[in-house]
Design a protein around this ligand. Structure first.
Ligand code: C5P
Length: 239
């Protein structure tokens, strides 16, 4: 788990199976992990995960479930049956929802003869700043809310959270070093921010203790995605 390759999750934010497989093919084995989110999954369905697993990739199925506990539990069971190595729910769905999600995911994997999946919760989207929370009627800063929701995820028995790298230190000290923090909003020194508001470089995020870095557009939006991935990993190795 100490190699940059094992800590980099490249977000396959494309629209079709063909585009996704072409993007992965161009990587030539440079990646260990990819992320399939709502955009790709809603076009391809679960077969996308199967295809990526056949390529020897680990898959983070980022569907961010948020519904009543029974529905999320069933969805998690189905998500795990695709062979996904990591799945997630929204922490704002509440502690009961998260606890049922984790139990269903673990039992589902066991029944399907699969290894236990990593089950994590999204705290606060990295595209959200303080003014977005005010608009939603939520008091407190994104950092305070993320820390609170991470504690809830830990109490619900989840393996970790998705959070901004800015919150890693506080989340780790409140929940222990083993509580995973997966950080999107990562921008290598040479990349632009896009719509992400709370960004950090790979080296900064790793120094703060992030376990996995999610990088999307700086890699798959680059003219040479493989070179961008290798450059990102080179930057990570400077940690
Ligand atoms: O292109 P970029 O590096 O900004 O992509 C980040 C990826 O991480 C996107 O797929 C986005 O949906 C996801 N994500 C995020 N913030 C979260 C959770 C997931 O940006 N809190």
């Amino acid at each position: 788990m100490n190699q940059p390759k094992d800590k980099l999750i490249a977000a396959l934010d494309v629209d079709s199976q063909e585009e996704a497989m072409a993007a992965v093919g161009r990587m030539d084995g440079a990646l260990a992990w990819v992320k399939v989110g709502a955009r790709l999954f809603s076009s391809t369905g679960p077969s996308m995960v199967t295809l990526l697993k056949q390529q020897g990739l680990k898959v983070f199925l980022d569907l961010k479930f948020h519904d009543i506990p029974a529905t999320v539990a069933s969805a998690c069971k189905n998500a795990v049956a695709t062979g996904a190595d990591m799945i997630n729910v929204h922490a704002l769905g509440g502690r009961a929802m998260m606890a049922e999600a984790a139990a269903a995911a673990r039992n589902g994997a066991k029944t399907a003869g699969l290894p236990p999946p990593i089950v994590i919760a999204v705290t606060v989207l990295t595209s959200m700043g303080p003014e977005d929370l005010i608009q939603m009627g939520i008091t407190g800063t994104p950092e305070e809310l993320a820390l609170h929701l991470a504690r809830e995820a830990k109490a619900a028995g989840l393996d970790g959270v998705v959070a901004s790298a800015h919150e890693v230190t506080a989340i780790k000290s409140a929940n222990g070093a083993d509580f995973l923090v997966v950080t999107p909003g990562i921008r290598p020194a040479w990349a632009c921010a896009d719509d992400q508001k709370r960004i950090m470089t790979p080296v900064q995020a790793l120094r703060l203790g992030a376990d996995f870095l999610v990088v999307g557009r700086p890699i798959f939006g680059a003219a040479d995605p493989k070179a961008a991935a290798l450059l990102t990993m080179k930057e990570m190795a400077e940690e």
